[in-house]
Every structure is written in C-alpha cells, then in structure tokens.
Design a protein around this ligand. Structure first.
Ligand code: ASP
Length: 410
C-alpha cells in the first residue's frame, strides 16, 4: 500500500512540475536546486553501489565460466535489441519522411538560434577518442582516479577482476570480505530507499526546470520529427520489451512495467541512465531478479546498451539527410545501423550524450554536422524519453538473463 502511494506521488510530482514550468516559465528555475540535490543524492550512490554489488555478484557466481556465459548472453541481447531499435527508427523515418515538410524559413530560424550551441557540441566531438583508445582505457592506470572520475567502464572492470579473484583465494579469508561487502551493499540499497522518499519533490523540480527553461513552442515547429522519434521509442518499448520479457523472461509485460515505474520516471526527469541505475537495480529486485544478475546486467547496460539513443540516431540521421536533400540509399542506411550500434555503445549514460553519438554517425555519412542545430531545440525532451527507453531495455535484459540462466540450470 505504502509503495503504491510513493509511485503516485512521484507521478504527481512530474505532472505538477510540467504544469509549473508552463505557467511560470523561467521563474520556476528557483526551485531547480531541489532537483539538483536529489540528482546529487542518487548519483552519489552510483559508484559505490556498482563497485560493491558487481564485485559481490561476480564472487557469488563462483566461477569464471558462468560469468563468461552470462557475459556472452548479455552482449548478444544488447546488440540484437539495439539493431532492432535502429531498424524501427529507420523504417519510420523513411516512411513518414519528417524532413520533407520543413520550410526554408523555419530552417533558417533554427540555424540562427542553435548554431552556437551546435558548434560547442561539435568541438566536444573532436575530443572523442578512437575505438582502440576506448578499449585500452577500460583498464585503469590509476584505480583512485577511476573512482574520482566516476569512469564506469573502469570501475566495472575492477569490480569484475576483484570479484573473480575473490573466488580464487582461500575460503576462510574470502568469507570475511564477502560478509563485509554484503553489509556495505545493504547500506547502499537502504540509502536508495531513503532517497526515493524525496523523489516526488526532486522530480517536480527537475521537470519544472526543463519545461520552464526550454518551453514547448519549439516542439510545434519540429512536431513531425519529434513525433516520429517519440512514436518510435514508445513503439519499440511496448513491442520489443514486452515480447522479450514475456517470451524470454516469462514475466507478464504488465507486471514488468508496473514494477519498473519508478525507474522510468526517474530516467525521464534526469535524462541519465547512470543516475537512474540505483533505482533500476532496486526496481527489478521487486520482480524477483537476483542481485547476481541485476548487479551485472544493469550497470553494464547503463554504459553500453542504449536502445533509445540508437533509435533516435536512426531517425535523426535520416531527418537531417532529408532536409539537405541527401539520398542515403541502402549503403547509407546500413552505415547508420553499424555506426549507431557502435556509437551508442560508446556513449555515456548522461544527458545529451546521444548528440555526440549522432555527430559521429553524420560524419561517417558525410551529412553536414551543422544539421544538428536543427534538432537541438527538442533535444531535451527527446533525451528524457530515449533515456527511459534505454533504462527499460536494461531492466528487461536482466529479467531475460535470469530466466535463461536458471532455466538452463534446471
Ligand atoms: N541521456 C541518455 C542516457 O543517459 C544518453 C543519450 O543522450 O542518448 O541514457
């Protein structure tokens, strides 16, 4: 009963925030610090929670073979679902053709408003390291720096390594460490529960600030494009995730979506898979997902699995190409699939990471990067929704992996 109340409160917070943003406009930004404090509280717990629970999860799997098997299944699931997401995005964008209807006036106006911002974003992209550098960087040189920077791939690497080694040392020694880790894990989870009590207020402030700052006018200008992205995200989430959780995970989609409501709203209001991570792990526990699976799949997914971001890249690349009158053809579309898979793996689970990933796709296709200026106005809203899709995809994966593993062991 108490839980239902919290859900309702968080949802009310969201609605109230949006209304306050519309009514008060930029004035509503005075309450933004409440949202920022909430954001800090949940982000604060991400690094310790991921490190401890992943190490514990790995150690409790007990052998490297099992870890390899789960890792392989997870990777296959991530890649297949991401490809499906992009294909849905491409199909919709090619059918509806949202880029065909945008008048020259509107284009000029959008360029003028967002050119500067787009330039700043593109500069950021120039600093993006190559794939090899990304791989080398997974192994941290300085473990303390990895924690300070909150470099999730490095933290995941260390947690896996220490977790495996924990199974290799003498039992009498590892027993003690595992007990301590277990206790710490409980503390972190408890912190998440307490912080969630503040969620209604945090969500209210965050959503009010977004609406107050960005307004809803621009949405109308880019209505067709926004609707294709949003429609694609909803379609993908409801069809693909419902199918995977019911067919592969043996859980009814209704039960799944009901259990993960909190995570969806937090993802929506923070635009960050990373910040949503503790809540996502907590929510799937309510579905009976064991920590050994959730603490492996969800932290990994928050960094590398982004179905929503990939779908968004597909639609946006086609949209911008249509505006410039560029024919993409089959080769172009296949390039989008490949590049979007790779760049969504490389993108961090933080707000606006998808824009940088999109710039990589455009660059590969030879589409003018300035086209990004056209869509920046609706970026925040699309980010909110695609982050929810990303997080739902990770939670669905944990359900599937547990079912596949446990079934295989029976
Ligand atoms: N904000 C998204 C996330 O955290 C990434 C993106 O910008 O697409 O999942």
């Amino acid at each position: 009963m108490k839980k239902i109340k919290l859900h309702t409160k968080i949802f009310l917070g969201l609605i109230l925030g949006i209304v306050a943003g519309i009514v008060f406009g930029e004035k509503v930004l005075v309450i933004e610090p409440i949202g920022t404090i909430f954001l800090h509280l949940i982000t604060m717990i991400v690094v310790p929670l991921v490190f401890v629970s992943l190490m514990l999860g790995t150690a409790s799997l007990g052998d490297v073979k099992k870890l390899g098997r789960i890792g392989a299944k997870t990777a296959v699931y991530f890649v297949i679902t991401t490809v499906i997401a992009i294909v849905i995005g491409l199909f919709l964008a090619n059918t509806v053709q949202p880029g065909k209807g945008l008048s020259q006036d509107v284009q000029d106006q959008l360029y003028q408003n967002y050119e500067e911002k787009a330039q700043a974003g593109l500069q950021h992209m120039e600093e993006k390291p190559s794939l090899i550098e990304v791989i080398v960087d997974i192994v941290p040189e300085n473990p303390v720096r990895a924690f300070i920077d909150g470099n999730m791939l490095q933290i995941i690497f260390m947690a896996l390594l220490f977790g495996i080694v924990l199974t290799l040392i003498k039992k009498e020694k590892s027993k003690l460490i595992i007990k301590v880790l277990d206790g710490l894990n409980d503390i972190f989870i408890q912190v998440v529960h307490i912080v969630m009590k503040l969620a209604p207020y945090g969500v209210l402030a965050l959503s009010a600030a977004v609406v107050g700052q960005f307004g809803t006018d621009i949405l109308v200008t880019l209505l067709k494009y926004s609707l294709v992205v949003l429609g694609g995200l909803v379609l993908y989430t409801l069809s693909v995730n419902s199918l995977t959780v019911s067919l592969l995970g043996r859980i009814s989609p209704m039960r799944f979506f009901k259990a993960v409501k909190d995570a969806i709203i937090i993802a929506f209001s923070t635009s960050s898979s990373m910040a949503t991570l503790p809540v996502a792990m907590d929510n799937v526990e309510g579905l009976g997902i064991k920590r050994e699976y959730s603490s492996f799949v969800i932290p990994l997914g928050s960094t590398v699995n982004m179905d929503g971001t990939a779908l968004y890249q597909g639609v946006s690349a086609v949209f911008i190409a249509q505006i410039y009158g560029i024919q993409l053809g089959i080769t172009g579309q296949v390039t989008i699939v490949l590049m979007a898979v790779l760049s969504s793996i490389g993108a961090a689970g933080v707000p606006m990471a998808g824009i940088i990933a999109l710039a990589l796709v455009l660059k590969q296709l030879g589409i003018p990067l300035e086209g990004i200026a056209l869509i920046l106005g609706v970026e925040r809203l699309l980010d909110m929704v695609r982050t929810s899709t990303n997080v739902i995809g990770n939670m669905a994966c944990s359900v599937v992996i547990q079912q596949l593993e446990e079934k295989g062991n029976k």
